[in-house]
Design a protein around this ligand. Structure first.
Ligand SMILES: Nc1ncnc2c1ncn2[C@@H]1O[C@H](COP(=O)(O)OP(=O)(O)OP(=O)(O)O)[C@@H](O)[C@H]1O
Ligand SMILES: [Mg+2]
Length: 158
């Protein structure tokens, strides 16, 4: 990985994390995969709200941690699939429900708890790790794997 393929910043509010997600969502296109990592309440779903908004989904206000469904689809300018792997035992379980068709499909895929399902991820993707600092602060670290995602990272810096 080149040394430019990672950025870190401190988000000081829910709104700031959503705004970052919106900015990222605007840069995404078909086939992009975003892996979200962080403990309970770290802000993965909050980040997802922003990304889905940045992809112009009219139903963006419905984004929540999918408690009952494993996958939720939003109709953005391209389809957005929101997967929450929290309740899964591992990659195999996700692959069995056909995650490859989603992850390698035409939409954008956002996966919460991506660290539980490492083998379901493609070779290249954008990894966002959120760490709780205080009630309103989160450290947000973004890594781009693959040239294409490194370019997105460069655009996020500007
Ligand atoms: N800077 C911040 N960034 C993101 N969320 C924040 C921030 N400050 C406070 N919060 C709050 O923290 C909570 C994060 O919850 P969220 O559902 O996004 O977490 P999660 O990582 O998806 O958790 P879970 O693993 O339970 O799905 C929200 O209530 C949000 O308003
Ligand atoms: Mg969540």
């Amino acid at each position: 990985m080149s040394k430019n393929s990672k950025i870190t910043f401190v988000s000081k509010s829910t709104a700031e994390t959503i705004a970052f997600g919106v900015k990222l969502g605007k840069l995404l296109t078909n086939g992009h995969v975003i892996a979200l990592i962080g403990e309970l309440g770290a802000g993965k779903t909050t980040m997802t709200k922003g990304i889905v908004g940045g992809l112009d989904a009219k139903d963006k206000d419905k984004v929540k941690s999918p408690t009952f469904s494993l996958v939720h689809k939003y109709d953005g300018r391209i389809p957005v699939y929101h997967i929450d792997a929290y309740r899964l035992s591992g990659s195999q379980e996700l692959l069995e429900i056909g995650s490859d068709e989603i992850v390698f499909g035409d939409g954008v895929t956002i996966i919460e708890w991506a660290d539980i399902v490492p083998e379901s991820l493609p070779e290249n993707y954008l990894k966002i790790t959120l760490t709780h600092v205080s009630e309103d602060q989160r450290i947000i670290e973004i890594c781009g794997y693959g040239k294409h995602y490194e370019q997105i990272l460069q655009q996020l810096k500007n």
